[in-house]
Design a protein around this ligand. Structure first.
Ligand code: PEP
Ligand code: MN
Length: 333
């Protein structure tokens, strides 16, 4: 349920109402915009007398929110959420250019790629240290050493970093990581989501291989309901009957998620297509669709990459991508 507060209401009056609602065992989310303040009521709202609430002097209107996701809902929070990491911002008109290798492999590789993608226009460096691989015999990532090398690349390039967590027991290693990624395979690892919700770190939540957008938003809700509102949603392709690409990029997710939620939406054309030649066109399409950022795999030598070489761009190809994406963003502004 949401209550829209009349213009000109004082903070003390709003607080008085919030205290009254909290007395009914409800959580109250306050969204104080420039024009309007909205109170989002979370919990068992069946006991709230809508007529009574709506008749209060300071209340403009009261509406039930039928969607099961509340804090991620745009009705609770009409303005776009903007996530800030280092010098980068994502959401509300700010664009995140996230790039880097699938996996951190060695110091020379990660620092080399970091400096190259930064020169092309990336504002966040990616690199996997804990890798969720389909085969237990495939390279599993450098783990703590990978994070250590990523931090060296952060220092060398000045770029904030994002890397994936697979198990909450590794959380201490992520103290200096700027954005924690929850991979597609863990989108519904609810215990992991709840623990990440207790941190204040921005979380990039990838859509599961076979999950609906509502399920993605419910997973975001798990993080937010624990107090962490810094969530970035990521469309990375879903499983369909189509076999010519690794997954099927669902670009309509960008518009649908923007309608339903205030959270920023990033597109990953690398895992969506699985083919390097398709990455730049799909990155352009994502920018044209209004995405808040693009996450792309870039490797100094894709042919020798320990993971996902076939979908990795060279730094020179990434440079072309950045140029095209910039032009598209200017064209749609
Ligand atoms: C990744 O970004 O490194 C990754 C493993 O992606 P996904 O979880 O989307 O498969
Ligand atoms: Mn990958």
């Amino acid at each position: 349920m949401i209550a829209v507060i009349k213009n000109g209401t004082t903070t003390a009056q709003i607080q008085h109402l919030v205290d009254w609602l909290k007395h009914m065992d409800l959580d109250v989310h306050i969204s104080a915009g420039k024009e309007v303040t909205i109170l989002g009521l979370i919990g068992d709202t069946s006991r709230v007398d809508m007529e009574l609430l709506g008749s209060l002097e300071i209340v403009e209107s009261v509406k039930r929110v039928s969607e099961p996701f509340k804090q991620a809902n745009r009705k609770f929070h009409p303005n776009d959420t903007v996530i800030t990491v280092g010098d980068a911002k994502i959401g509300g008109g700010h664009f995140g250019m996230i790039a880097g290798p699938c996996s951190v492999e060695n110091e020379e590789q990660i620092i080399g790629v970091a400096l190259a993608v930064k020169a092309s226009g990336a504002n966040i460096l990616r690199g996997g240290a804990f890798k969720p691989r389909t085969s237990p015999y495939a390279f599993q990532g450098l783990k703590d050493e990978g994070i250590h090398l990523l931090l060296k690349a952060k220092e060398a390039s000045g770029l904030p970093i994002i890397t994936e967590i697979m198990n909450i027991s590794a959380l201490d290693l992520f103290a200096d990581v700027d954005i924690i990624q929850v991979g597609a395979r863990n989108m519904q690892n609810f215990d992991l989501l709840k623990e990440l919700g207790k941190t204040k770190k921005p979380i990039l939540l990838k859509r599961g291989l076979a999950n609906t957008l509502q399920e993605l938003l419910m997973s975001a809700e798990y993080i937010m309901s624990e107090g962490n509102e810094n969530v970035i949603l990521c469309e990375r392709g879903i499983r369909t009957f189509e076999t010519s690409t690794r997954n099927t990029l669902d670009l309509s997710a960008v518009s649908v998620l923007h309608e339903l939620s205030h959270l920023p939406v990033v597109v990953d054309p690398s895992h969506a297509t699985g083919k390097s030649r398709l990455v730049t066109p799909m990155a352009c399409a994502a920018a044209a669709a209004g995405a808040d950022g693009i996450m792309v795999e870039v490797h100094n030598n894709p042919a020798c990459a320990l993971c996902d070489g076939a979908q990795s761009l060279t730094p020179a190809q990434y440079d072309v991508l950045c140029d095209k994406v910039r032009k598209i963003r200017e064209a749609i502004r």
